[in-house]
Design a binder for this molecule. Structure first.
Ligand code: UT7
Length: 377
C-alpha cells in the first residue's frame, strides 16, 4: 500500500496592530514611496505585549485543525518552524502542543529561518509517506518585531509578525506532497544573523548595548542570493515531481521583496499572475510568510483541488528550498459548531495543563521526600 501525504487543514493568525510605512518614516529616515518601490511592502502586523510566537502559532494551529476531522489528541507530530522562538528551550512546539492538547504528539522546533516551513512540511510529509506517522501539524510562526533594530532603516522596513499552519494526514488516494528540495550554504551565514544570545556570544550588558540581539543583514547580498535560488529551486522541485514549470498552476513564494519574486518570474518565464503575493499587507514574516500566503490564496479560490503548485523560499543560514504539491482539499467553511468545539478544546487543554502541573507538584512533595530519605539512609 502506498502512503500519500495530504494537506487537509490550513490556518493563519496575524496580530491586529497594523504598522504602515508612514509610521516607520516617523522613526527612521525613509519614506513610503522608497519602501514601496524597493520592496512592494505597504504595511505589516506587529504583535502586542500579550502576543507571542507560541500564541500566534496556537491560533493558526486551531484554525488549521478546524478544517479537518482530526482531534488534537490524534496528532502524531507538531513542528514549529521559527527564527524567533519563545526560548532557546523549551521548544515553542512543546508550548503549542500543550496549548492545543496534542497529548500523543512529539514536538520540536525547526531552525531554518524563512525556509523553515518548507523544510518542516517536507520532513513531516516524508514521515507520513514512510508509514512512521499518520498525521502532523507544521506551523511557521514569528514575532520578528521583537528582534528589530528600529533605528536600522535597512531592516526595520521589511519584517512583520504572524503565523500559518498546515495539517498533513496520511491517505491512500494519490496527490498531496509530491517532491521537495532542501538546500543550504553556511558560508553565507553572516549575511543575515542575530549575532548574540547563543552559546558563541551569550547575553551580556555589552551585547545588549551593541544591539547584537537584533537582526543584522547585508541586504544587497541577500537580494543577489535570493534572485539566484528562487527560480532554480522551483525548476528542480518541478523536475523531481515530474511537472513542467509551465504546467504549474500557482507558485507560493516567500514574501520577502516584490523585486525578488519578479526576478524569479522572469527566470522561469512565467507571468506574475501565477505568483501569490501578499507582502504589501504583511511584509516579510519569515517562516510564516509561505503558509499565510497559501491560506489567503486558498480562501480567494486561487488554489483549488487538482492544482499543481510549488511553495518556494530562502532565508538565513543561508537556506533555501521548495515543495511541489498536488492540491487535494476543497475549501470548506468552518461551521459555528466547530468554532465552539475549538473554544472548548482550548479550555480543556488549559485545564489539563494546570492539572499536570499540579499533579507534578504533588508528586514532588510525596516522592521528593522519599528520595531525600533514601539519600539520607
Ligand atoms: O527573508 C530574507 C530576508 N531578507 C531579504 O530578503 C532582503 C533582501 N534585500 C532587499 O530586499 C533589499 O536589499 C533592501 C530592500 C533591504 C534594500 O534595497 P536595495 O535596493 O538593495 O538598497 P541598497 O541596500 O542597495 O541601498 C540603496 C540606497 C542606499 O543609499 P546610498 O548608499 O546609495 O546613498 C541606502 O542607504 O538606499 C538607502 N536605503 C534607504 N533609503 C530610504 C536603504 N534603506 C533605505 C530606506 N529608506 N529604508
Amino acid at each position: 500500500m502506498t502512503n500519500y501525504a495530504h494537506i487537509t487543514g490550513w490556518g493563519m493568525a496575524v496580530p491586529d496592530h497594523v504598522m504602515t510605512n508612514h509610521d516607520i518614516a516617523e522613526m527612521v529616515d525613509t519614506n513610503h514611496d522608497w519602501i514601496v518601490s524597493r520592496t512592494g511592502i505597504h504595511e505589516r502586523r506587529i504583535a502586542d505585549e500579550k502576543e507571542s510566537t507560541a500564541s500566534l502559532a496556537t491560533k493558526a494551529a486551531f484554525r488549521a485543525l478546524d478544517r479537518t476531522d482530526l482531534k488534537p489528541n490524534e496528532l502524531d507530530l507538531v513542528i514549529v518552524a521559527t527564527a524567533t522562538p519563545e526560548h532557546l528551550f523549551p521548544a515553542t512546539a512543546c508550548l503549542v502542543q500543550d496549548n492545543i492538547g496534542a497529548i500523543n504528539a512529539g514536538a520540536f522546533d525547526l531552525s531554518a529561518a524563512c525556509s523553515g516551513f518548507i523544510y518542516g512540511v517536507s520532513l513531516a510529509s516524508q514521515s507520513i509517506q514512510s508509514g512512521a506517522i499518520k498525521s502532523a501539524l507544521v506551523i511557521g510562526s514569528e514575532t520578528l518585531s521583537r528582534f528589530i533594530n528600529w533605528n536600522d532603516r535597512g531592516t526595520c522596513i521589511l519584517f512583520g509578525d504572524g503565523a500559518g499552519a498546515f495539517v498533513i494526514e496520511a491517505s491512500e488516494e494519490p496527490g498531496g506532497y509530491l517532491a521537495s528540495v532542501m538546500r543550504s550554504d553556511g558560508s553565507g551565514g553572516s549575511l543575515l544573523e542575530i549575532p548574540a544570545g547563543g552559546s558563541q556570544l551569550p547575553a551580556s550588558a555589552e551585547t545588549v548595548h551593541n544591539l547584537d540581539h537584533t537582526i543584522h543583514m547585508n541586504g544587497r547580498e541577500v537580494f543577489r542570493f535570493a534572485t539566484r535560488v528562487m527560480a532554480g529551486a522551483t525548476r528542480d522541485v518541478s523536475e523531481r515531481a515530474g511537472i513542467k514549470v509551465e504546467e504549474l498552476d500557482m507558485i507560493v513564494p516567500h514574501q520577502a521583496n516584490q523585486r525578488i519574486i519578479q526576478a524569479a518570474a522572469r527566470g522561469l518565464d512565467l507571468p506574475m499572475e501565477r505568483f501569490v503575493m501578499n507582502l504589501d499587507r504583511y511584509g516579510n514574516t519569515s517562516s510564516a510568510s509561505i503558509p499565510i500566503a497559501a491560506c489567503e490564496a486558498i480562501e480567494a479560490g486561487k488554489i483549488t483541488p487538482g492544482d499543481k503548485i510549488v511553495l518556494v523560499g530562502f532565508g538565513a543560514g543561508l537556506t533555501w528550498g521548495a515543495l511541489a504539491l498536488e492540491w487535494v482539499a476543497p475549501d470548506r467553511r468552518i461551521s459555528t459548531t466547530k468554532r465552539q468545539r475549538r473554544r472548548l478544546r482550548a479550555r480543556w487543554a488549559r485545564l489539563r495543563s494546570y492539572y499536570r502541573r499540579f499533579a507534578r507538584w504533588v508528586e514532588g512533595l510525596l516522592f521528593g521526600a522519599v528520595v531525600e530519605e533514601d539519600e539520607d539512609s
